[in-house]
Design a protein around this ligand. Structure first.
Ligand SMILES: C[S@@+](CC[C@H](N)C(=O)[O-])C[C@H]1O[C@@H](n2cnc3c(N)ncnc32)[C@H](O)[C@@H]1O
Length: 209
């Protein structure tokens, strides 16, 4: 029952179980995020965006690496926006971070704004993946990089690992080739995939020309 209620709230946290899920994601995705961020160069003056920011932990990690730049977080869940703002209170107060409620499908930013964009464990939930990736591309600067991070990865060794989660949430685990292919179709270049074999984690970087 508890597991079920938690998992139900992964895609758009709300209410009591949403709060529990946010707490659990901030903790549970921290190591995965640290591993993935190693693959992204982040300069101190960069403009960064974290999509599907959940409880705001990735925004806070980005703020630590960015000096006089700025970090935005967006999420379409009202509760996530509230929790991200709470976690990043000091970063918001000093003007380093901003958290906005928005869908990935229609980002509230001008073209060519961000040097780096991160999206941790959120892609599976995006409603129109090809167009959503194109929307992300629109707000990336030329030469800017997107980092997609995944725990739910299909593999030949464990083909049924994610069956239960896929079924209960109506989402699909990703494959390395599938992600590289859709990024290419969305217009990205220099697509690189990185796997952590002991965990099955995958992260992908892709560039706007
Ligand atoms: C599994 S949680 C991951 C949260 C956070 N990135 C982390 O690693 O802890 C997925 C997040 O993506 C957000 N999300 C899902 N679909 C979205 C969409 N279409 N637009 C914006 N945010 C979305 C959810 O509200 C949720 O906060």
């Amino acid at each position: 029952m508890k597991y079920h209620k938690l998992v139900e709230n992964a895609g758009r946290p709300q209410g009591f179980w949403g709060k529990m899920m946010i707490k659990s994601m901030n903790k549970g995705h921290s190591e995965l995020t640290d591993w993935a961020l190693v693959h992204l160069e982040i300069k101190r003056n960069y403009n960064a965006l974290d999509i599907g920011c959940g409880g705001g932990k990735t925004v806070s990690k980005l703020c630590k690496r960015i000096g006089n730049g700025k970090v935005f977080g967006i999420d379409y869940s009202e509760l996530c926006v509230e929790k991200s703002k709470k976690l990043n209170k000091n970063n918001i107060m000093c003007g380093k971070a901003s958290i906005l409620q928005s869908s990935v499908s229609s980002l509230p930013f001008e073209d060519n704004k961000f040097d780096v964009i991160t999206a941790v464990e959120t892609y599976y939930f995006w409603p129109d993946k090809l167009n959503d990736l194109k929307e992300v591309y629109r707000v990336l600067k030329s030469g800017g990089k997107l980092l997609l991070v995944f725990e739910m990865v299909k593999s030949e060794e464990e083909p049924h690992k994610w069956d239960k989660v896929e079924k209960s949430l109506g989402i699909e685990a990703v494959s390395k080739d599938g992600i590289a292919d859709i990024l290419l179709h969305a217009g990205y270049q220099n697509i690189r995939t990185y796997s952590k074999s002991s965990t099955g984690w995958l992260c992908v970087t892709a560039e706007k020309e």
